[in-house]
Design a binder for this molecule. Sequence first.
Ligand code: ATP
Ligand code: MG
Length: 352
Amino acid sequence: MIKHEIAVIPGDGIGNEVVPAALNVLNAAAEVHGGLSFKFTEFPWNCDYYLKHGMMMPEDGLRTLQSFEAVFLGAVGDPAKVPDHISLWGLLIKIRREFEQVINIRPAKYIQGIVSPLVNPNDFDLIVVRENSEGEYSEVGGRIHKGEDQMAIQNAIFTRKGTERAIRYAFELAAKRRGHLTSATKSNGIFHSMPFWDDVFKEVSQDYPDTRTASYHIDALAAFFVTRPQIFDVIVASNLFGDILTDIGAAIMGSIGIAPAANINLNGKFPSMFEPVHGSAPDICGKGIANPIGQIWTAKMMLDHLGHQELGQQVLDAMEATIFSGIKTPDIGGKASTQEMTDDICSRLKKL
Ligand code: ATP
Ligand code: MG
């Protein structure tokens, strides 16, 4: 019997609705497998916790989480009660940083039965590997001078280590998929960091002669997401470029409520963290209509990460079948509740 110990942080808002849904699916998947079980340990760390204790998680919170194989998170943030910078930095960003989750992976795939803004979204099936620890989102820089001469300087940091590990991870992933990797660059406009990115990409590509590669400037690449989405398999991008591309990807899928994500630790010292792209959605919280797909798909990514790729594929199949059958939450054009959708996925999974 394989037993996985998972730390669960439902967080705020609809996190408390979609996380239990995804845990039901994981338990159903374990049942299907037969030789697998999960031990979920829940931590009530969210904005209400902050209002009571003055912090988003206890002092030894990270140490507590460290003993788990993975962290499964819903959504964090309740801006009406706690400013976002406190809730995000006090929990989410803290975990990502301290646990050295240097890679962010975001799959985007067209699912039949959901209306996409693209005329022909068929074959849209890609994964963005986003560098998650450095790049354009750096704190280096500042403002100098006053008045008319005032200026802001923002330095982007691209280390060889950070760049290479993101690119290498993307090559490994491409080798497991359709063997094609696209690099997002902008070396015609960004003078230092992007030519460096291109050099490292070229160097690492020598180690993967079987992988076909392409390199596009980010502006053209973003346009190709819309006009030629079929050309992509895996895309590797810097922190900022990856951020932008993944939002386009989620938009093409048809709802932010279905987009999954994972924050990956590569050195094995800390757990990775699995959290969907969407936020706590205070506007629909408590109505029982949150789309559970983003969280369930995120659970599928966790299954893959734990070594159960076949089971992960079955979860994805069940999920797609449910959507195709028309059992959908309102954000993707249906009338079903979170619960109805989840129950249908679980029962399909058990029948596969
Ligand atoms: P964050 O600041 O955490 O990125 P946000 O406030 O920008 O989040 P969300 O909380 O993701 O954004 O909500 C954006 C919109 O998408 C809202 O109208 C919300 O209701 C909707 N939404 C988000 N997630 C879901 C979901 N799972 N199901 C249905 N609608 C959702
Ligand atoms: Mg928000």
